[in-house]
Design a protein around this ligand. Structure first.
Ligand code: SF4
Length: 342
């Protein structure tokens, strides 16, 4: 059973202590006996422990920086939401394929922002602009927010905030099962709680540092029983020996856990494995022993944003994947909604 994340080292930006959450976190980490340092800005963090890049990378991924979010302009977050809501960046997980490796570059530490009320006020402004249309906010674009929320309770605050709004929906996805503190949040059905799920092979070989599938599924059951709208992201869908049985078995296990009465409102998102050339380089550096297949010759090219092409599966493989996964899904969850396959 994976334990909840505890940082090895915590940095505070001085302005974070102007906010109640900043002070609370400082007390908490002091009481836990964790090493605390101050930094004028996360950009100034240069002397992380570790003898080489490999060690520094690992230590950075268990380092937490408590700061203030200065940019309150939210990025867009298609296709799953209108906006990305920035509560945290970085993640303690070590998924070999994770896109954060490329986007966070040399700063893979985890950052949490304590000006939560300002971030929520900004969300309210975006909602007001679009009302009476619903505005959806995605909270896990740049981190696995559930993975650190047992420390900060930021997500819980946000869930209750969106629960009070008329035109706002919150959504996020996680590979962690530490959800107990979120079960009594007054969500009012405005938050869709999604879990990232996969065949055992993929979790075992490519997702170290995250919760096992059995724990994620058990957590999904708890979340469903707490009345949250539920969803699953099957990603990355990865072809491996026995993949058909692997993914089918995953659906069987979901079927065994989830109550019947929540099944009319479950969503599924499907994302096939893809990589870019820059990502491949970083993966090979950070996880040199990975078994992840990154052979460009076996893939087809999909034109990507900013001219960076993605390597995805061949058309016939993609079709087979889609057919097989849809068939398994429809067998156990005939009323579930497929949001997209990409
Ligand atoms: Fe990346 Fe998600 Fe894995 Fe964290 S849990 S390393 S965000 S893929």
């Amino acid at each position: 059973m994976r334990k909840p994340f505890i940082p090895q080292l915590v940095y505070f930006e001085p302005t974070a202590l102007d906010y109640p959450l900043g002070k609370e976190l400082k007390d908490k980490f002091e009481n836990m006996g964790i090493e605390i340092r101050t930094t004028t800005s996360h950009n100034q963090i240069r002397n992380l422990p570790g003898d080489n890049d490999f060690q520094k990378y690992r230590i950075a991924k268990s380092t937490l920086v408590v700061g203030v979010r200065k940019t309150l302009k939210f990025d867009t977050s298609k296709p799953s939401a209108e906006y990305a809501i920035p509560f945290a960046t970085g993640c303690m997980g070590h998924c070999h394929y994770c896109y954060l490796q490329t986007t966070m570059g040399s700063k893979p530490y985890i950052r949490t922002y304590v000006n939560v009320e300002e971030i929520l006020e900004q969300a309210d402004k975006y909602m007001a602009e679009r009302a009476p249309e619903i505005t959806r906010f995605e909270a896990s674009c740049t981190s696995d927010i559930v993975g650190i929320d047992h420390l900060t309770h930021t997500l819980k605050r946000a869930i209750e905030h969106f629960g009070q709004t008329e035109y706002g929906h919150l959504r996020f996805v996680t590979k962690f099962h530490h959800v107990d503190h979120l079960l009594d949040a007054k969500h009012n059905g405005k938050t869709r709680f999604r879990f990232s799920v996969n065949a055992d092979y993929v979790i075992k070989h490519f997702e170290p540092g995250t919760s096992p599938l059995a724990s994620r599924i058990e957590a999904a059951g708890k979340v469903a029983r707490a009345g949250y709208p539920l969803g699953f992201i099957v990603a990355p869908i990865y072809l491996h020996e026995g993949w058909q049985e692997g993914y089918h078995h995953m659906f069987e296990r979901l079927d065994a856990e989830l109550p019947q009465d929540v099944r009319d409102d479950i969503t599924f998102e499907f994302i096939q494995h893809r990589f870019t050339r820059p990502a491949k380089k970083v993966i090979e550096k950070n996880y040199p022993m990975t078994k992840l297949e990154l052979d460009e010759a076996k893939r087809r090219v999909k034109w990507g944003k900013y001219g960076i092409n993605k390597f995805i599966y061949q058309k016939d493989e993609e079709e087979e994947m889609k057919e097989q996964l849809y068939r398994s899904m429809e067998k156990f969850f005939p009323k579930a909604k497929i949001e997209y396959f990409t």
